[in-house]
Structures are given as structure tokens and as C-alpha cells.
Ligand binder design. Structure first.
Ligand code: FES
Length: 315
């Protein structure tokens, strides 16, 4: 169910980062969310982009997102910065959580890199409400690029540790941050890919298990080495389209002149969801639930493939 919202408040909260507070157009409380959740923003130029919610999950009068202007933006973050001022209205998807807190844990290490602070801040709110011990490590190039730094310091003064590249004496010390990987400790990391890889490799090397390591996973792998070829049949025309090992199903469809709407191209937004009549998809998206995937009645051609030689599409 899509939700119509309005930008109730907007502020620049760090260099190149704007914060938007979104409220329901009808003023009603927004659907509940859990710490680590994100929403899809349907942007004015037709793109769909995912942004984590940073606010306290106990508060439902608004959803708060922070958006870093990416110089390599294909029209996502740039549109947010240029077109979504206070009063702008837009459609969003309901909150979804691919980065949920294991609330049974005893102790937590939260690690944020740059704008990756957004879901981490929501988790800090939740852990504080639960009375669970946690450490919050916030890494950024410098304080000017660290969104919500003052807020985090005011709310979580005992837990927040600041690490700035510009001040080498504050640099993150993984030996200190990731000490004592006892089985009921959990690590949550969100930030640029390189930062997450660095932290996760450091955690594994220090004895943290996969079950204890949680990372934001927006970017589903779209293509991988050794992908198998398969074919797509268009039910309405009988057209048979080969999908090579080095192309996605969406690319093969487009090359054959079959239109499929695309947005994220990462298996996150669901824009490309296509009905399947026969055959077994190899689902690689993060959009469908496990039950929906098991039903095998639709698949996401931007990233998913096939386990059977042919998929028949209801197109
Ligand atoms: S384009 Fe977003 S899931 Fe395929």
C-alpha cells in the first residue's frame, strides 16, 4: 500500500546532506516501523530510491530520512536535493526492514560510516528504549560531514564515540570496538561499501560469527561470475529470448524489444516485477517476501535468473 506524504520540514544537516521529515497528507500517524527499516521514495522524475529511517521507531508522526548528494547520482539524490523542498508531496512505499535488530541480543556494537548513521540512529533509539547496552561508533571524514552528530551526542552521550579521518587520534580502533565477540553480542554496520567490507572483515578476523554480523544490504548482486544462460518465452507472442551469462533478463528483454519498467535495477524496489506462468525463477531480489518467492508466480528481471531452462512470462 503506497502512502501519500508531504515534506513537513527540511534542513541541511551536514555538508551535502539534507534531512527530510515526511508526514502523511491526511495527518494520520504513519504505519509502524522497526529500527533498521527503509522506505522507497517515488521521486518526481519517476525513479524509486531507498532511504533508511533514522527516527525513533516509537514515533509515528513522521518518517525522517537523510539524503547525501551523490556526485555520481543518476538522478536520485540530486532530485531529492533540488526538487523536494518543504511542502512538496510525494508517494512512498511502506517501511520494509532488511536490517532488523535482533532484540534478543544482550549487547550491541553499532558502527556507522557517514550517512550510514540513519538506520544506526534508529537502532540506538530502540536499544535505549529496551535498556540494552550498546556502543555507537560514528565514523566520518570530519564533523562537518557527520549528519545528526549533535543529536546523537545529546541523546546518547555515554554510548557515542566519534571517529574522524581528519583527526587521526580519533580513528576507529577495531581491536577496541570489536573486542569480546561473545555469542550474544551483535554488530550492526552501515555505510559506504568499502567501510562495511573493512568492518565485516575485521569482525570475522576477531572471531565474530556470521550470525552476529549484520550489514545494510541495499545492493543485491545483479550479476555474478559464472551465471548460467537461460531463455524467456513471451506467452502472448511465443517469442523466445535467450539470456546470456553476462546479461540480465531485463537487458535481454530490452534488446529483444520487450519493454519492462526499471528503476533501482538492484532487486530492491519491485518496479520490474513480472508475472511468471511456467518455469522456476532463481530469485535474487530483496523485494519479495519468502512466501512470494516460493510461489514462483513473479520475478524481478533486473537481477533474478532461472533455475529451469525456460521461464514463460505473462507478457
Ligand atoms: S528494477 Fe527495482 S526490483 Fe527490479
Amino acid at each position: 500500500m503506497m502512502i501519500q506524504v508531504r515534506v513537513a520540514s527540511r534542513a541541511t544537516v551536514a555538508q551535502d546532506i539534507v534531512r527530510l521529515d515526511l508526514v502523511a497528507l491526511d495527518g494520520a500517524p504513519l504505519p509502524p516501523f522497526t529500527a533498521g527499516a527503509h522506505i522507497d521514495l517515488m521521486l518526481p522524475n519517476g525513479l524509486v530510491r531507498q532511504y533508511s529511517l533514522s527516527n525513533d521507531p516509537a514515533r509515528r508522526e513522521h518518517y525522517r530520512v537523510a539524503v547525501l548528494r551523490d556526485p555520481a547520482s543518476r538522478g536520485g539524490s540530486a532530485v531529492v536535493h533540488e526538487a523536494l523542498g518543504e511542502g512538496a508531496t510525494l508517494t512512498i512505499g511502506p517501511p520494509r526492514n532488511l536490517f532488523a535488530l535482533d532484540e534478543d541480543g544482550d549487547d550491541f556494537v553499532l558502527l556507522a560510516g557517514g550517512v550510514g548513521i540513519t538506520p544506526i540512529l534508529s537502532m540506538a533509539h530502540r536499544l535505549a528504549a529496551l535498556g540494552k547496552p550498546f556502543a555507537l561508533h560514528y565514523c566520518a571524514r570530519d564533523a562537518a560531514r557527520a549528519a545528526f552528530l549533535d543529536e546523537a551526542g545529546a541523546l546518547f552521550p555515554a554510548q557515542l564515540q566519534r571517529h574522524f579521518d581528519a583527526a587521526p587520534e580519533t580513528r576507529l580502533d577495531l581491536d577496541q570496538a570489536l573486542a569480546n565477540p561473545s555469542s550474544r553480542r551483535h554488530l550492526y554496520v552501515c555505510g559506504p561499501r568499502g567501510f562495511m567490507d573493512f568492518v565485516v572483515a575485521g569482525a570475522r578476523a576477531r572471531g565474530w560469527t556470521e550470525a552476529q554480523i549484520h550489514q545494510e544490504s541495499f545492493a543485491a548482486a545483479s550479476l555474478e561470475a559464472g551465471a548460467q544462460p537461460f531463455s524467456l518465452r513471451i506467452a502472448s507472442t511465443g517469442q523466445l529470448i535467450a539470456v546470456g551469462p553476462d546479461q540480465t533478463a531485463a537487458q535481454a528483454l530490452e534488446a529483444a524489444g520487450v519493454f519492462v519498467p526499471l528503476s533501482c535495477e538492484q532487486g530492491v524496489c519491485g518496479t520490474c516485477l513480472t508475472p511468471v506462468l511456467e518455469g522456476q525463477p532463481d530469485h535474487r531480489d530483496l523485494f519479495q517476501t519468502d512466501e512470494e518467492k516460493a510461489a514462483n508466480t513473479q520475478f524481478t528481471p533486473c537481477c533474478s535468473r532461472a533455475r529451469s531452462p525456460v521461464l514463460v512470462l505473462d507478457l
